[in-house]
Design a protein around this ligand. Sequence first.
Ligand code: PBG
Length: 325
Amino acid sequence: MNNFPHVRLRRLRQNETIRSLVRETHLRVDQLIYPMFIAEGVQEPQEIASMPGIMQWPLDQVTGEARRIADLGIPAILLFGIPNEKDAVGSQAYAEHGVIQEAIRRLKAEIPELLIITDVCLCEYTDHGHCGVIHNGTVQNDESLNLLAQMALSHVEAGADIVAPSDMMDGRVGVLRHTLDEHGFNQTPIMAYSVKYASGFYGPFREAAGSAPQFGDRRAYQMDPANVREALRELEQDINEGADMVMVKPALSYLDVIRQVRDHCDLPVVAYNVSGEYSMVKAAAQNGWIDEQRIVMELLTSIRRAGADMIITYFAPDVAHWLRS
Ligand code: PBG
């Protein structure tokens, strides 16, 4: 049935005032989380070659940068640590005076209102670069759980507000919840990387975090990009184990997954706009091939439209500036 010329959809598009009145999806600064890399071994901020504008920060300068982020109205940062010493069991991941534990203490002392979320995963801390301990060439699930729980606990004891397990071991959310509760931290939320795919889009991050696996790949624990029913099983499992928020990662090639996760549960949904997604936009923008601001706003709006409540993005400070002007 064709109602034209009676019905004309362009009526509601004729100027920005009307368009903004009927706009369905909004991107706000208080929905953004900014990832930060803190490196024990650096004296000055080191720019990551494949991620223009993103630095590895020395401990001494973390609070200065975080202050800038908080002043932009960004409510939360997600911390990744790069230790000097790596070993087979990732000891620095749960060391009382590890790089992240120290960073958390400084941040909480100086900027208590900024939410500190910590990535809980061993890959930046193991010499083999895998997310758990290895025996006979394979990543051991159950033996890794205890180390991950110790890691999460050490972050929370240092003052972290939220822990975000990204290792993709089975059962980790439950073990983290149990460990935190046992130690009096039943109010600390778990933001679970519930649906994390084995993705080529993490390439630049692995340069940033020095966490590329030294043999093999992560396909035996991260998910197959072809699967979405399995994503819903991961989701269900994490909810049953006590996750407070659930994440889909990466974001842009997985908008359909974000939508399904949104429709299947009532938990807050987080999407991680990952390093490779950032680098591709930056590279095209630096070549003058695209309008960076316009493309970034369109991409992040599409992630929100797909159903994400929050977005972890390296673009957060830029977006905060753009939303102000
Ligand atoms: C740690 C972790 C990774 C990312 C976040 N946490 C890398 C990986 O799983 O290999 C990727 C983030 C990004 O690409 O921006 N396991």
